[in-house]
Design a protein around this ligand. Structure first.
Ligand code: MLT
Length: 325
C-alpha cells in the first residue's frame, strides 16, 4: 500500500471526523429562515409558525427574514448564495417551481442549488373581494366579471406566485382578462383590498380566513371543488358550474446545496417533530391549512413534490404564455 494512499485515507478520515464533530455542535447560533414574500402574508404566517416550533426542537432561535420581490426569486437567490452550513434556510411554495418557467434567467436552479429538507403544509385558496364589490353572491360575481372584466382589478404576489396562479386559473375558467396588480406579497395586497384600492384577490386561507371572519373583506368562493370547513357558508367555485379550477398550495423547507447531511438530518428531524406537534396542527387548521404527515416532512417527499410542480404548473404557465421578463 503506497504512502500516498495511506496519507489520503488518513486525510479523509480526519475530514470525516471533523465534519461529524462540527455537525454535532450544530446549531450553536441563531438560524435564519428566509420567507421570500412580504411580512403579513400567508407565507409569512406559515413560516413564523414553523420557525417558532422548530427552534424549540433545535435549541436555537430561528429568525424569519422577509426578503421579498420578483415573485419570491430575490429571497430564493439569497439562500442559494448563502453558506451551506445549515444556518440559512428557505421556506417556499409553488413559486420555487414556477419561477423557473417564468423568468428567462434566474440566478439559481430550483433543484441543483438546493437541498430539500422536507414538506411542511398544504392548503386551499379562496377568492375574496373588497367589501363593496358589486355582487351579492357567487352567481352574480361570475356574471359581473364576464360583463365588466376590463373594469376589475386583481391583486397578486407576482408572476408565478400562488395568488397569480389562482388568478390565472380563475380568468381561464371564466374566459375573462382582469387588470393584474402585482405586490411583493399578499399581505400588502390584502391591506389595499380592505381599503378598497383593489377589487379582487385569490389567496391562501392562512392570509384571508381571519379577515373574512372579522368582516374586513368578503369571500365569494373557495378556489376548488369543495367548501372550506373554516368558511362553511362560502360556496366552492365549482358550485357555480365553473370547472377546471382546483388549486392547493404546499410549503417546503430547503437549505443551500452542499449543506452537510448530518445537519440536514437534524433539520429534517426538527421539521418532522413540528408537523407532528398538536399545537402546530391546531394553529394551522384554524387558518384552513394542514401540516403534512411526518413521512412527507422528509427530503425525498419534497424532491418528488417539486418535480411534479415543475412538470405540471410550470407547463401550465408556459402554455398560458405567461412570462415575467
Ligand atoms: C403568493 O404566492 O401569493 C404568496 O404566498 C403570497 C404571500 O405569501 O405573501
Amino acid at each position: 500500500m503506497t504512502l500516498r494512499f495511506i496519507r489520503t485515507g488518513l486525510a479523509m478520515l480526519l475530514a470525516a471526523s471533523a465534519l461529524q464533530a462540527w455537525a454535532q455542535d450544530f446549531p450553536n447560533r441563531a438560524i435564519t429562515m428566509v420567507m421570500p414574500y412580504a411580512a403579513g402574508g400567508p407565507g409569512d404566517t406559515i413560516t413564523r409558525v414553523f420557525a417558532g416550533a422548530m427552534q424549540k426542537h433545535l435549541g436555537q432561535q430561528i429568525v424569519v427574514d422577509n426578503t421579498a420581490g420578483a415573485s419570491g426569486s430575490i429571497g430564493t437567490a439569497k439562500v442559494a448564495r448563502a453558506k451551506a452550513d445549515g444556518y440559512t434556510l428557505l421556506m417556499i411554495h409553488v413559486s420555487h417551481a414556477t419561477n423557473q418557467a417564468m423568468y428567462k434567467s434566474l440566478p439559481y436552479h430550483p433543484v441543483d442549488d438546493f437541498e430539500p429538507i422536507g414538506r411542511a403544509t398544504s392548503g386551499p385558496m379562496v377568492i375574496v373581494a373588497r367589501n363593496d364589490f358589486p355582487a351579492k353572491n357567487l352567481n352574480e360575481f361570475v356574471a359581473y366579471l364576464k360583463a365588466n372584466a376590463a373594469k376589475v382589478s386583481l391583486a397578486h404576489a407576482g408572476v408565478g406566485s400562488a395568488s397569480h396562479l389562482c388568478g390565472l386559473m380563475m380568468m381561464n375558467a371564466l374566459n375573462v382578462k382582469l387588470n393584474e396588480i402585482p405586490y411583493k406579497g399578499t399581505g400588502p395586497a390584502l391591506t389595499d383590498l380592505m381599503g378598497g384600492q383593489v377589487d379582487l384577490l385569490c389567496d391562501q386561507t392562512s392570509g384571508t380566513v381571519p379577515s373574512v371572519k372579522t368582516g374586513k373583506i368578503k369571500a365569494y368562493a373557495s378556489a376548488g371543488k369543495t367548501r372550506l370547513p373554516q368558511l362553511p357558508e362560502v360556496p366552492a367555485i365549482s358550485d357555480a358550474g365553473v370547472e377546471g379550477f382546483d388549486i392547493n398550495i404546499s410549503f417546503g423547507l430547503y437549505a443551500p446545496k452542499g449543506t452537510p447531511k448530518p445537519v440536514l438530518d437534524q433539520l429534517t428531524g426538527a421539521l418532522q417533530k413540528s408537523v407532528s406537534d398538536p399545537e402546530v396542527r391546531q394553529r394551522l387548521e384554524a387558518m384552513g391549512i394542514s401540516a403534512v404527515s411526518a413521512d412527507l416532512a422528509r427530503p425525498e417527499a419534497l424532491r418528488a413534490h417539486l418535480k411534479n410542480e415543475i412538470d405540471t404548473l410550470g407547463g401550465l404557465l408556459i402554455k398560458a404564455g405567461v412570462k415575467a421578463n
